[in-house]
Design a protein around this ligand. Structure first.
Ligand SMILES: NC(=O)c1ccc[n+]([C@@H]2O[C@H](COP(=O)([O-])OP(=O)(O)OC[C@H]3O[C@@H](n4cnc5c(N)ncnc54)[C@H](O)[C@@H]3O)[C@@H](O)[C@H]2O)c1
Length: 326
């Protein structure tokens, strides 16, 4: 049995990883600061489900060193899955300080704590955003990642560099996971698939930023969780992995699939490409496949159906309740 310290356990990916770990008989202790970047009620609902499964999610801020160290040391983990971060590309233009606090200060504190526990295997979330202006597709782990096009991507790249330094200095075991547009039930209300679904169901227009050229490598949550679990079982000491789907979809094709799943047409409001957004994300997953046996298997339509089955009952006819409770 593993004892896994999950940061960001009330978040989208943290919630799913924690659920799966508990279901497989591992002990999980979660932390989250329940910030209001998106619905706090949604985070509380996820934490409540984890609580009912026997897992505590303590209200701890990564940027509070003493609090973080205490909850970490009280639990005595064998493994760490570090997912807490300020996510989102566009918000990084509005509130850069949130990224500095959670992604840079918070990550430094975690590394400083881990320094005394070099035997612990730590997985940490990076992002496809590190590829920024990289022109070569698909994106491979060996490609240039020195030109992130937004501060979010820059903090994730910084995390990878900081992790390498601590690995080199103190032999810490750190595996970085570059996630590509993760979607699914209990997903994030700030992401396009969630915003589009809500608007279409409510018969409102959707904002499509430069729909013609944009491509995203949508990756279903269960495939991501499988990748994380394989990485937790591995014996690597320092690696960075792409966790994508390897099947990028044009935004307009994505919207057509969503319309098909919802049985409703979207009203599209085309806008110029948003500042800081990448045009294409496309993961080369050869390394993850070879080293971890990572093999995403959920196609977009199936994944969107699962999302809509969770989302539609919460949205339809319950607009006010949705806003009030989630
Ligand atoms: N979902 C995606 O498509 C995607 C893509 C690339 C990378 N990622 C990365 O994966 C990780 C998980 O993403 P997610 O989609 O679950 O996001 P999320 O926002 O749902 O989860 C992150 C959680 O971390 C918590 N948190 C933020 N700052 C904190 C702090 N200072 N202290 C304690 N908790 C804090 C938040 O409250 C939230 O619950 C993040 O690091 C994110 O950057 C996600």
């Amino acid at each position: 049995m593993k004892k896994v310290f999950v940061t960001g356990a009330a978040g989208f990916i943290g919630f799913h990883v924690s659920q799966t770990l508990i279901a497989r008989g591992h002990q999980v202790f979660g932390i989250d600061n329940f910030n209001d970047y998106y619905s706090v009620a949604l985070k509380r609902n996820r934490a409540q489900i984890l609580k009912e499964m026997g897992c505590t999610v303590e209200n701890v801020d990564l940027a509070d060193f003493n609090q973080l160290k205490k909850s970490f040391e009280d639990f005595e983990p064998t493994h760490v899955v570090h997912l807490a971060a300020q996510a989102g590309v566009r918000y990084s233009l509005k509130n850069p300080n949130a990224y500095v606090q959670s992604n840079l200060v918070g990550f430094t504190y975690l590394l400083e704590i881990l320094k005394d526990y070099p035997q612990i295997l730590t997985l940490f979330a990076s992002s496809s955003s590190v590829y920024g202006d990289n022109q070569k597709v698909p994106f491979s782990e060996s490609d240039l990642t020195d030109q992130p096009t937004n501060l979010y991507g820059a903090t994730k790249k910084a995390n990878e560099l900081m992790a390498y330094s601590y690995h080199s200095l103190y032999n810490l075991r750190l595996l970085g996971m570059r996630f590509f547009t993760v979607y699914g039930p209990w997903g994030r209300p700030d992401m396009a698939y969630y915003l589009f679904s809500k608007a279409i169901l409510e018969k409102r227009p959707i904002d499509v930023f430069e729909g013609e050229g944009i491509k995203r490598d949508f990756t279903y949550i269960d495939d991501i969780v499988s990748g994380i679990l394989s990485a937790l079982d591995s014996s690597y000491n320092f690696e960075v992995f792409n966790f994508g789907n390897n099947k990028p979809v044009f935004l307009n094709d994505f919207i057509s699939t969503l319309e098909e799943v919802l049985g409703q047409k979207a009203i599209k409001n085309y806008l110029p490409q948003a500042k800081g957004d990448m045009l294409v994300t496309y993961a080369d997953i050869t390394k993850s496949e070879n080293l971890l046996g990572y093999k995403p298997s959920t196609d977009l339509k199936e994944g969107l159906l699962n999302f809509i089955q969770w989302f539609a009952p919460r949205c339809q006819g319950k607009k006010l309740k949705l806003q009030a409770s989630e």
